[in-house]
Design a protein around this ligand. Structure first.
Ligand code: PGA
Length: 242
């Protein structure tokens, strides 16, 4: 596991965006794994900036997002479909048919299987972006998730619901379940970049790096992968054991 300590949020975002922009240029038909949340907001602005400056071309790029809430529609203002459309997809020349997010409507077990099969059919994810939860979840794989878990329905923990309530009018409005790519699905990506910033993530980062590899710390399973880079700011890095 490689660890890059960035000065601050801007530096973290730039370092991650530079890697993605470079990979898109190197492989025009690349398959990207994308994440939502507060952390990648500036990252997406930088990807859009590079596209507008004609440094990248998204016409052959395929994307797979990590997760989506169950119980709200795709067009809800806080769905991850809406997040991705607003922050990235409406601002670049990606082909609509190359955009993939887990389907949170209908038979979720079947949707999960179809999603994992589609990723495999596209040749697997070349580079996967991840954030991390305060409880060390990756995507919505909460503590207790298995290392080989597939894309499936999950129940969100109290800590995740509280963290995500900042976007909703009331904590009662936060969905309680979601469809998420599994840890097993994520670990199949060829390259993984995890970004984190702020003191709230410091404990999770410390445990990712030096805690036991265990279902209690879902992000610890990243240590079993051969190409993972953590790009974290100084605050998120502040509890790493020297
Ligand atoms: P955040 O979420 O970027 O909004 O902190 C990250 C996550 O929960 O994975």
């Amino acid at each position: 596991m490689r660890i890059i300590i960035a000065k601050d949020y801007e530096d973290m975002s730039q370092k991650a965006a530079n890697i993605f922009n470079r990979e898109i240029t190197k492989k025009p038909n690349i398959v990207l794994g994308l994440a939502t949340g507060g952390t990648p907001e500036r990252f997406y602005e930088l990807l859009v900036q590079a596209y507008k400056n004609r440094l990248t071309d998204w016409s052959k790029v395929t994307t797979f997002n990590l997760d989506e809430y169950i119980g709200i529609t795709k067009t809800h203002k806080l769905s991850y479909h809406t997040y991705m459309k607003e922050k990235l997809f409406s601002k670049i020349n990606i082909a609509k048919e190359n955009i993939n997010l887990p389907n949170a409507q209908g038979d979720i077990t079947k949707n999960g299987q179809t999603y994992d099969q589609l990723i495999a059919k596209k040749g697997g994810i070349d580079i996967q972006l991840l954030g991390i939860g305060e409880n060390a979840h990756i995507a919505f794989n909460e503590p207790g998730s298995e290392q080989d878990a597939p894309t499936r329905e999950v129940t969100l923990t109290k800590s995740t619901i509280e963290a995500n309530s900042r976007y909703f009018d009331s904590i009662k409005d936060v969905p309680k379940t979601a469809i998420t790519m599994g840890i097993g699905s994520i670990l199949k990506a060829k390259k993984i970049i995890l970004i984190a910033e702020g003191i709230k993530k410091a404990e999770a980062i410390k445990n990712t790096i030096s805690g036991p590899i265990s279902e209690k710390i879902p992000s610890s399973f990243l240590r079993t992968h051969k190409d993972v880079t953590l790009i974290i700011d100084e605050k998120a890095a502040s509890l790493i054991e020297k």
